[in-house]
Design a protein around this ligand. Structure first.
Ligand code: URA
Ligand code: SF4
Length: 208
């Protein structure tokens, strides 16, 4: 598989990316999906949120974070003093990786090689939106940015440098926090939600 580069259009428009990604054959993940899901939000957002990949709902609707994890994320953003409509949301991988079990599509995390093949789309988004900061939601996003040894638990909730892996545009900070889907699955949901909100508050402060 050739990676996404040859499908990424030139130019500065972030809106043009979603259409172009529908043609991408950079890896095998376009198969068995409804569509590619590019990021969404203001093209001049100060903050970008980076998730893993679209889920079942996102694959159907063509928008990131419209399912259960997205609803929890919006609530957490609001509680942290961030306006959900002012942030740009995206994922490191643009197609939904899943396995089929009993007629249901079960989420399966993208492999490291698929994340690498898809990276040109994320870099194009960052280069066009040019945010001041990026929040890395979960291990897939954290490791995309900082490499396979990155652990969210050890680095969450504080200023992190702009990743070397993202050279096109250089923002002021990144901040890592667990993925909202992991909060949904947690047995200590209230505590974990409070901790997610606390991390997002740090991101809000870094923007002031
Ligand atoms: N989880 C993600 O990482 N991204 C989405 O868009 C939805 C769920
Ligand atoms: Fe292209 Fe990314 Fe989809 Fe793979 S997952 S086909 S690289 S858009």
């Amino acid at each position: 598989w050739p990676g996404a580069s040859e499908w990424v259009p030139r130019g500065r428009s972030v809106a043009a990316l979603a259409d172009a990604a529908q043609r991408c054959r950079g890896c095998d993940l376009f198969r068995d999906t409804t569509q590619a899901v590019m990021g969404s939000g203001p093209a001049d957002a100060e903050l970008v949120l980076v998730g893993e990949q679209p889920g079942d709902r996102e694959d159907v609707e063509g928008e990131p974070f419209v399912g259960p994890a997205g609803r929890l994320l919006d609530a957490a953003l609001t509680e942290a003093g961030l306006d959900p409509s002012a942030v740009y949301r995206t994922n490191v991988v643009k197609h939904f990786r899943h396995t089929d079990r009993g007629g249901k599509r079960i989420h399966k995390s993208p492999a490291r090689w698929q994340v690498a093949k898809c990276e040109p789309w994320l870099l194009a988004e960052l280069d066009r939106v040019r945010p001041r900061g990026a929040v890395l939601l979960g291990a897939t996003a954290g490791q995309e940015a900082f490499g396979a040894t990155f652990r969210v638990g050890e680095s969450r909730g504080r200023w992190l440098p702009w990743p070397q892996a993202w050279p096109a545009h250089r923002g002021e900070f990144t901040l890592a926090t667990p993925h909202p889907a992991s909060v949904l699955r947690s047995r200590r949901r209230d505590e974990d939600l409070a901790a997610l909100v606390a991390d997002l508050r740090v991101a809000a402060e870094l923007l002031t």
